[in-house]
Design a protein around this ligand. Structure first.
Ligand code: SF4
Length: 259
């Protein structure tokens, strides 16, 4: 696996801890506000207070369901579909709060991102949906290509000579076997452009945690399966991907014959 079970568990544990802390802060704030409101007499002051309490209660409920979702992921249990259908909400509402809280406590931001990527993937795996090969698109960053390779493959991956020194050869081989196109992109703008051109029904995105989460927040209409890359030589340089995992994801979502 590109990201070991151990790493997933650490990420989910950190996320649950941060959510627990957020929950405690929210409940304390609601309690404090209610106490203030009980003593207040000015109408607009009371109205503002009630509005704020309602917002805090809404965030508390989202946080609570988030804790349930991540807790079930932690124990490798199925996350109820009613929770998963709202997973986008956790990403857009809770993620910025949690990363802010994590930063304050000196937590690795990638841990929260990994947990979110797993929740996102679980949402897709829970659905029964499958796709034709030409409805799927694999997006990979160009740092997957060996830095010493002299061939420019960003415009056409098939220019690769398939020497096997990097994972590009493996992705081409998967394209031959399953017919799912792989596109190499040099950044988020090009990734969005390729998605607009091809209009896939499912994107399998290979990238680092940061790029995957910003992609997930960006591409709202199309489901994106997130595959975190390996970075044995540091960020953005000669990165790798677990080709067995890529193949397993293709086979899971591919409609029809799966050889
Ligand atoms: S597999 Fe070989 S030829 Fe193809 S991109 Fe990688 S290093 Fe270059």
């Amino acid at each position: 696996m590109a990201v070991s079970e151990q790493k997933w568990h650490t990420s989910i544990k950190t996320t649950i801890l941060l959510m627990g802390l957020l929950l405690a802060l929210l409940m304390a704030s609601v309690g404090f506000l209610l106490w203030m409101l009980a003593g207040g007499s000015v109408m607009w002051y009371r109205l503002m207070g009630i509005l704020l309490v309602l917002v805090l209660i809404a965030i508390t409920i989202i946080t609570l369901t988030g804790i349930v979702a991540f807790n079930r992921l932690w124990y490798n249990k199925i996350v109820p579909s009613w929770i998963l259908t709202h997973s986008g909400m956790y990403l857009h509402w809770l993620y910025p709060i949690l990363t802010g809280l994590g930063k304050l406590l000196g937590k690795d931001q990638n841990e929260i991102r990994r947990a979110y990527a797993q929740l996102n993937n679980q949402t897709l795996l829970n659905s029964e949906k499958t796709y034709a090969a030409d409805e799927m698109l694999i997006l990979t960053p160009h740092c997957l290509q060996l830095s010493d390779c002299g061939i420019k493959i960003t415009n056409d991956i098939h220019l690769c000579q398939e020497c096997g020194a990097c994972n590009i050869a493996g992705l081409i081989s998967l394209q031959h076997r399953y017919g799912v196109e792989t596109v190499v992109v040099t950044g988020g703008t090009l990734a969005r452009k390729r998605i607009q051109e091809k209009k896939p029904a499912l994107v399998i995105a290979i990238a680092c945690e940061r790029d995957l989460i910003s992609g997930l927040m960006d591409v709202k209409q199309i489901p994106v399966y997130a595959l975190i890359n390996e970075r044995p030589e540091g960020p953005c340089h000669n990165t790798r991907v677990d080709l067995d995992e890529v193949e397993a994801v293709i086979k899971r979502f591919l409609r029809g014959d799966k050889t």
